[in-house]
Design a protein around this ligand. Structure first.
Ligand SMILES: Nc1nc2c(c(=O)[nH]1)N[C@H]1C(S)=C(S)[C@@H](COP(=O)(O)OP(=O)(O)OC[C@H]3O[C@@H](n4cnc5c(=O)[nH]c(N)nc54)[C@H](O)[C@@H]3O)O[C@H]1N2
Ligand SMILES: Nc1nc2c(c(=O)[nH]1)N[C@H]1C(S)=C(S)[C@@H](COP(=O)(O)OP(=O)(O)OC[C@H]3O[C@@H](n4cnc5c(=O)[nH]c(N)nc54)[C@H](O)[C@@H]3O)O[C@H]1N2
Ligand code: SF4
Ligand SMILES: [Mo]
Length: 690
């Protein structure tokens, strides 16, 4: 027997981007482990990925191309050859492009975070074709916008520093489920005497294990940050020296914060005055004693109307108290912009001959149902989906499914499995998994460049995304040499080695080592040097003013809440959130039996008072509904959900639910204040026993 260990990287949309060691025996991957030498992975994987071989060798893997034989959505397919599949696709795309290439739309997200199997050859293909661009907003763009206005770029506290913090605010995140290797650092900080405070409307697995849990109303985080500023300034817990040297707009901020008394803040957030006062004093007094205070701000609080502003306000806090002075102080939203990615080399936007429209992925339901018009452009006639499962994950799925069901829409799906989206494909293509292809990764949660070597041969007739777009390019007659580049040649261009942070980047050596840290400062803003136009942390932002936003931190209430829309709340009095389930990764892994068994079935957590008012007992099947749609789940009566809030951990495949629907049946396509992102957690519903 020949045994080898292959260095690989977890491809999933998770900040941890773990370094993997894959054991291969006679060409079969038998085990996937975390690399013990990689500092953040530290030999530990989450349950999902430690079961990776179960997913890779799953009996339901798509192994050959297929064409649809049933109705759209029915999921009946028949095997065809690659030649027939590619010829059919090329012929249809040529036909549409001859009328208007913008009627063709790519739809992809982060099924793999790899820079090669993500947007490299695919982007080149769509650019050359002149297809519509896709605005990839479904996850992070609201907070990214708010953070960039304030700090300048998505650069923040290194995850490896958090164990030295004396206070950690875990704000809108549940790292035990979704950012395990950060949680390991936070645990270490706790052992060293740090206080952990979770700020979350739901008593998540993480909130349960923190010293304190502040259960505010969803969508009110911006107000809590303003209330903290009020107390910090009032009680002189700010760092005047840091403020004078490295911030802009303090006098104006002072006036704004003065309006946010602890009472007003507490009323807005649905918490007590004491909680506001104490949170601010914990944060400010440790900071003024020269102790590192750190914030891990995550995605939970961004998925509401004011999600961008909430992140902006929180991003002001470390500058106000001078927390950036210390490597273990500051805030981490995302590490993305620490990586000098060479997007232009990989994606070749120069291949695009003329300006084209952009379709927002978060409103794909409406976009697919839109007729041609001067404002919208041509009706969408062809959709190529890869690395994403929009029928399950995009908001307001009744409209998404209706759009995908259009008989006159030509849909191609590249997938590992027959997902809810794949059911609507005209042509379904089998894709390789991370164990079967080459890739290179930047991350959003640590500072290592990561390599992925293929461990095994592609299963069946599966092909990497890149290869599919290479073969399609040939058939379309795209003869630029860039369409013949190999995955290794693509990977070698991923980072800009002229940038000091990646000066040591060399694909061949990275492939052998598996991972290598960027050259990045331990405390990125200790001496200021923010990436904003002023070079300062911008409490006041001219750019926001120019973009039609309030230039100062403010509070933007949710679209749907008892306060902001009392009329709607009469019919739909409960706020609903649907954050990630621990054993799934978005909709990935839902079809892996052992993981689905652990999650059980779709649940809805609701407070005992809300349940009693509706005659609902623990374990009852309930229907959750509003004007957009409805879905069923099993009630779990628990005070983990604060009163007035229901929680449906997600993202279930529709086909695994009793009624063939999931939580996105009731979410809306309204967008955030900035970044054009979805408002998944800005939803009012009613719940009744079925
Ligand atoms: N196991 C697992 N890991 C994942 C994922 C997964 O699906 N499963 N998804 C990955 C992806 S794509 C992403 S974007 C990240 C997401 O990462 P996170 O945003 O950290 O997601 P969660 O861990 O669910 O934490 C969100 C928390 O925010 C809370 N929340 C909801 N609304 C609000 C609000 O208005 N204010 C505040 N303060 N809190 C609120 C929720 O109750 C929840 O506990 O995780 C990644 N990792
Ligand atoms: N209600 C609700 N909805 C949500 C969220 C929520 O919290 N609540 N979270 C939102 C967030 S944060 C995100 S990021 C999105 C996630 O949305 P998506 O990025 O669509 O994530 P997944 O659902 O994991 O689907 C990824 C698909 O890509 C496939 N895939 C993986 N690797 C490859 C590959 O190499 N090639 C090909 N061709 N396919 C591959 C997988 O099999 C999987 O089916 O969902 C959003 N939707
Ligand atoms: S999903 Fe996240 S925690 Fe799990 S192995 Fe991948 S990177 Fe690591
Ligand atoms: Mo996400």
């Amino acid at each position: 027997m020949t045994t080898s260990i292959v260095r690989a990287t977890c491809p999933h949309d998770c900040p941890d981007t773990c370094a993997l060691l894959v054991t291969v025996e006679d060409g079969v991957a038998t085990q996937v482990r975390g690399d013990p030498d990689h500092p953040t992975t530290a030999g530990v994987l989450c349950t999902k990925v430690s079961r990776y071989t179960e997913r890779t060798y799953h009996a339901d893997r798509l192994l050959h191309p297929m064409k649809r034989v049933g109705r759209k959505g029915e999921g009946r397919f028949e095997r065809i050859s690659w030649d027939e599949a590619l010829d059919t696709i090329a012929a249809r795309l040529k036909d549409v492009a001859a009328r208007d290439a913008e009627a063709i739309v790519p739809y992809s997200y982060a099924g793999t975070m790899g820079l090669v199997q993500g947007e490299s050859m695919a982007a080149r293909f769509f650019n050359k074709l002149g297809a519509s661009l896709l605005d990839r907003t479904i996850c992070a763009s609201a907070g990214a916008a708010g953070y960039k206005y304030t700090v300048g770029a998505r650069i923040g506290t290194d995850v490896e520093q958090f164990q030295n913090a004396k206070l950690i605010l875990i704000w809108g995140g549940n790292p035990i489920a979704s950012n395990l290797h950060f949680w390991m650092r936070a645990q270490e900080a706790k052992r060293r005497g740090a206080k952990l405070i979770a700020i979350d409307p739901y008593r998540s697995l993480t909130a349960e294990k923190c010293h304190q849990h502040i259960a505010l109303l969803p969508g009110t985080d911006a107000a809590l940050a303003l209330g903290m500023m009020h107390v910090l300034i009032r009680d002189n817990l700010v760092d005047e020296d840091y403020i004078a040297r490295h911030t802009l707009g303090y006098e104006a901020l002072k006036e704004r914060a003065a309006e946010w008394t602890p009472q007003r803040t507490a009323d807005t957030c649905g918490i007590s005055v004491a909680e506001v006062e104490q949170l601010a004093r914990d944060y400010g007094s440790l900071a003024s004693q020269g102790e590192p205070v750190a914030i891990r701000v995550n995605y939970g609080l961004q998925r509401v109307r004011g999600g961008g502003m909430a992140v902006r306000n929180i991003a002001c806090l470390p500058a106000l108290v001078g927390a950036w002075r210390y490597a273990a102080g500051g805030v981490q939203l995302s590490a993305s912009d620490t990586f000098p990615k060479n997007g232009a080399a990989l994606q070749r936007p120069d291949l695009l001959g003329k300006p084209v429209r952009t379709i927002n992925m978060s409103t794909i339901g409406d976009a697919l149902l839109q007729e041609a018009s001067p404002e919208f452009g041509p009706k969408i006639e062809a959709l190529i989906v890869y690395n994403s499962n929009p029928v399950a994950v995009a908001p307001e799925s009744p409209k998404v499914a209706q759009g995908f069901a259009r008989e006159d829409l030509f849909t191609v799906v590249l997938e590992h499995f027959q997902t809810d989206t794949a059911d609507y494909a005209d042509i379904l293509l089998p894709a390789t998994t991370q164990l079967e292809h080459t890739d290179i990764h930047a991350t959003y949660g640590h500072l290592y460049m990561m390599a992925n070597n293929p461990a095994i041969a592609p299963l069946g007739e599966a092909k990497p995304n890149t290869e599919v777009f290479r073969l399609l390019a040939q058939r379309m007659g795209f003869d630029d040499p860039c369409f013949r580049e190999s995955d290794d040649e693509l990977a070698a261009q991923a980072f800009n080695s002229k940038d000091a942070r990646a000066i040591h980047f060399d694909w061949d050596s990275l492939k052998r080592k598996g991972w290598q840290k960027l050259n990045a400062a331990d405390a990125p803003f200790a001496q200021g040097g923010f990436a904003t136009p002023s070079g300062k942390c911008e409490f006041y932002s001219e750019r926001m003013k120019a973009d039609g936003l309030d230039p100062l931190p403010t509070y933007i209430p949710p679209y749907e809440s008892r306060v902001s829309n009392p009329e709607l709340a009469k019919r739909y009095p409960l706020a609903m959130i649907s954050p990630p389930a621990r054993n799934f990764l978005n909709s990935t892994f839902v079809n892996v039996q052992s993981l689905r068994d652990t999650e059980g079935e779709p649940h809805l957590d609701m407070h005992p008072i809300d349940a009693a008012q509706r005659g609902i007992d623990d374990g009852n099947q309930v229907r959750i509904f509003n004007d957009r749609g409805s879905f069923v789940a099993k009630a779990r009566v628990t005070d983990k959900a604060r009163e007035g809030l229901v929680v449906g951990l997600s993202i279930w495949w529709r086909k695994f639910a009793a009624d063939g629907k999931n939580a996105n049946e009731v979410t809306s396509q309204r967008l955030t204040d900035m970044g054009n992102a979805p408002t998944f957690y800005d939803v009012l519903v009613q719940v009744q026993k079925v």
